[in-house]
Unconditional design. Structure first.
Length: 210
């Protein structure tokens, strides 16, 4: 164990070890419903975001949240760097300095990791696929389950029964929490999210209007 820790926290492996630790903490928070997995994804209407999207698409990392793509790239880069440090770098002793070899290994690790990550992204696209044929405004009335611990005016996420993930918003204070059944009401293009209300509240309003 001590030898392993020495390897992963040594140059150049540490370049990918630190981000990997950050990603692990991020995913623990995401699974606990404390943070949105699409936190790094932005509206693609601006020229800068459109260019970024095209660049990501050219690498084959599109179709999934950026956090997923970056995590996969870092995992593969970490693995390749670890193996290179253990088996390849000793063979280059005396040819180049350790620092030079380390930087070369790190760069090649990223280059090699990207296509491997792209292959992993392909089957995951089905999970995060958005059906563009159906306008987001047409999803009024869809029932979902809250997946975050809370829902506020600026934060919240829910999953529909078909597996689609939506960003949601609600006025506070409210009783919405993880596991609550809610109904999508109004879509906001500005925030790319839906105003929601609890299923019970919507049913009560419907009953009273009859």
């Amino acid at each position: 164990m001590e030898l392993f820790l020495n390897e992963v926290f040594s140059f150049p492996t540490i370049i990918f070890t630190v981000p990997l630790i950050v990603f692990m903490l991020f995913w623990l928070m995401a699974f606990a419903g404390l943070i949105d997995i699409e936190i790094l994804d932005f509206d693609s209407d601006s020229d800068a975001d459109a260019t970024s999207g095209t660049w990501i698409e050219s690498l084959g990392l599109d179709g999934v949240p950026l956090t997923v793509a970056l995590t996969l790239v870092d995992i593969y880069a970490f693995a390749f760097t670890y193996l290179a440090r253990k088996y390849l770098m000793p063979l280059l002793d005396g040819v180049l300095t350790a620092t030079a070899v380390g930087f070369i290994v790190a760069i090649f690790a990223v280059v090699i990791a990207i296509p491997f990550a792209a292959v992993c992204c392909k089957p995951l696209r089905k999970v995060f696929h958005t059906h563009e044929a159906l306008s987001k405004k047409d999803l009024h009335g869809v029932i979902c389950t809250v997946t975050t611990q809370t829902v506020t005016e600026s934060f919240g996420q829910a999953t529909a029964d078909d597996g689609m993930v939506y960003s949601i918003r609600a006025n506070t204070p409210n009783d919405l929490s993880k596991g609550s059944r809610i109904v999508l009401l109004e879509f906001s293009e500005e925030t790319d999210s839906y105003t929601v209300a609890s299923e019970a509240e919507v049913m009560a309003m419907s009953s009273s209007s009859l």
